[in-house]
Design a binder for this molecule. Structure first.
Ligand code: PLP
Length: 399
C-alpha cells in the first residue's frame, strides 16, 4: 500500500484479525461495465435501469418493480402510492432503521407502535390487531435480519379492515415466504441496496407493487411526475407532456444499475454462504442455555442478513466477543426513544426484552471456515462460562 493511501476497512479488519459484522460486496468484474457506462455520455436513468429492473424480477417474484435511489425513497413512494396522509394512522414496529418510521412521519400520518416478538424481532400480528382504530390505513412491517414476518396473519388483518400492507424488506432481498420470494406478497414491498446490504448499488432501492396501476403511478412520481419514457422519445423540450401529479426525484441512475446488474450475478452464491453460516450456527447453538439462537418457522426462509442471538447479560457477551475479535452490534436502535417519535409512546414489553437481550454476530458471505468455527467456539465457550438453569428472558436471582 502506498504511503498516501488510507487503509480500507477490509485491510484494517484483516490486519487486526477481527471478524466484521458487515462488509461491502464489490466484485472486480464491475469495473469494465462501470467504465463503459461512465464514459458513455449517458449516466442518468436509462437502459441499464430498465435492464436492472428486468433482472430483479425473479428475485422479487413480480414484474411490477421500480428501481429507485434508496430504500428510504421506496418507503416514501409506497406511502405516497398508498395515499397515506394527515389524519391517518400507520401501525409500525419501532425496532428497525429510522427510515421506516421517519417516512411515515413525513407522510403526515401518526405512528401507532405494535410490539414485536422477541424470539424473532418481528412485529407481533396479535398486537397489530389490538392497535387497529377507525383511522388505521396501513400496516408497516419489517423482516428483521431478513427473516419473514407472519405475512398470512398480517394479510388477514389487513383484509378484514381494508388496510394497505407495506413491507420494509430492507434486510430481506433473497428471503422467501411460503416458497415465494419476498417482494410478491403485499401491496408494496421496499428494498434497500445501501452500502452494506447483501446486494449493494452504492446506494439504491426498489419498490414492488401488487397493482400494475400503482407501479405506473410510481414510475411517474419517481421523476417529478413526468413521463420520462415519453420525454426520451419526443425530446426534452416537448411541452405536450403534462405533470398531472407532483412527483419527486427518486429514480435509480444507470451507474448504480450497472453495479446492481453485476452484483446480481453474485447474489445466489453470497446468499448460499450466509445460509450455510446461519444453519451452522443454528445447529451449534441449539441447546445452549445462556445464548439463544433465532426462532425458525417452516415456510419463513431468511436472507440471513443478520444473525441475532439473545443473551441474558448483553454487556458481558459483547465484551467477550470483542475480546475474541468478533464484532457485534444491535444494528438498529429502537426508534421510539427518539424525540421525533415522542407523541407515540406505548408500552412495548417485547421491544423492551429485545433491546436488553438481542445482539447480532457476523454471519456474512465473507466469513472463512476458520472465522465461522471461531465464532462458534467463542459463543459456546461463553455459554459454558455463564451457564444458568433459568431461561434467557426469565428473572434469575444469581445471574
Ligand atoms: C430495515 C431498513 N429499512 C430502510 C432502510 C433504508 O434504506 P436506504 O439506506 O437504502 O435508504 C434500511 C437501511 O439501512 C433498513 O435497514
Amino acid at each position: 500500500m502506498g504511503p498516501d493511501r488510507a487503509p480500507t476497512h477490509s485491510s484494517l479488519d484483516r490486519a487486526q484479525q477481527r471478524i466484521p459484522l458487515f462488509r461491502v460486496s464489490m466484485p472486480e468484474s464491475v469495473m469494465d461495465p462501470l467504465r463503459e457506462v461512465l464514459m458513455s455520455g449517458f449516466i442518468g436513468e436509462g437502459p441499464r435501469v430498465a435492464a436492472f429492473e428486468l433482472a430483479l424480477r425473479p428475485w422479487v417474484g413480480t414484474e411490477e418493480v421500480l428501481a429507485l435511489n434508496s430504500g428510504t425513497s421506496a418507503l416514501h413512494l409506497a406511502l405516497r402510492l398508498a395515499r397515506i396522509g394527515p389524519g391517518d394512522e400507520v401501525i409500525s414496529t419501532p425496532f428497525t432503521c429510522v427510515a421506516t418510521n421517519l417516512t411515515i412521519l413525513h407522510s403526515g400520518a401518526r405512528i401507532v407502535w405494535a410490539d414485536i416478538d422477541p424470539a424473532s424481532g418481528n412485529i407481533d400480528p396479535g398486537d397489530i390487531a389490538r392497535k387497529i382504530t377507525p383511522r388505521t390505513r396501513a400496516i408497516m412491517v419489517v423482516h428483521w435480519g431478513g427473516q419473514p414476518c407472519d405475512l398470512v396473519a398480517i394479510q388477514g388483518i389487513a383484509a378484514e379492515f381494508g388496510l394497505a400492507v407495506i413491507e420494509d424488506a430492507g434486510h430481506a432481498l433473497g428471503a422467501r415466504y411460503r416458497s415465494r420470494p419476498i417482494g410478491c406478497h403485499s401491496d408494496f414491498v421496499c428494498f434497500s441496496f445501501q452500502a452494506v446490504k447483501t446486494m449493494t448499488t452504492g446506494d439504491g432501492g426498489a419498490l414492488t407493487c401488487r397493482d400494475p396501476g400503482d407501479r405506473e403511478r410510481g414510475r411517474l412520481l419517481r421523476w417529478y411526475g413526468l413521463d420520462r419514457q415519453q420525454r426520451l422519445v419526443k425530446g426534452i423540450d416537448d411541452d405536450s407532456i403534462d405533470i398531472i401529479e407532483a412527483g419527486d426525484k427518486l429514480h435509480m441512475n444507470d451507474i448504480c444499475a450497472t453495479i446492481g446488474l453485476e452484483q446480481l450475478r453474485h447474489l445466489t452464491r453470497n446468499l448460499a454462504r450466509m445460509r450455510f453460516n446461519a444453519h451452522s450456527y443454528d445447529e451449534a447453538f441449539n441447546g445452549l442455555s445462556s445464548v439463544i439462537p433465532p426462532a425458525r418457522l417452516p415456510g419463513h426462509e431468511s436472507s440471513h442478513w443478520l444473525y441475532t442471538v439473545r443473551v441474558r447479560d448483553l454487556a458481558t457477551f459483547r465484551s467477550a466477543m470483542d475480546h475474541a475479535g468478533i464484532m457485534t452490534s444491535q444494528v438498529h436502535v429502537r426508534n421510539d426513544i427518539y424525540h421525533v417519535f415522542r407523541d407515540f409512546a406505548a408500552d412495548l414489553p417485547g421491544v423492551d426484552t429485545f433491546s436488553c437481550e438481542a445482539v447480532c454476530i457476523p454471519v456474512g458471505w465473507w466469513l472463512s471456515d476458520a472465522d465461522r468455527r471461531r465464532v462458534i467456539t467463542e459463543v459456546q465457550a461463553f455459554d459454558s462460562r455463564t451457564r444458568c438453569s433459568v431461561a434467557v428472558g426469565e428473572p434469575c436471582a444469581s445471574c
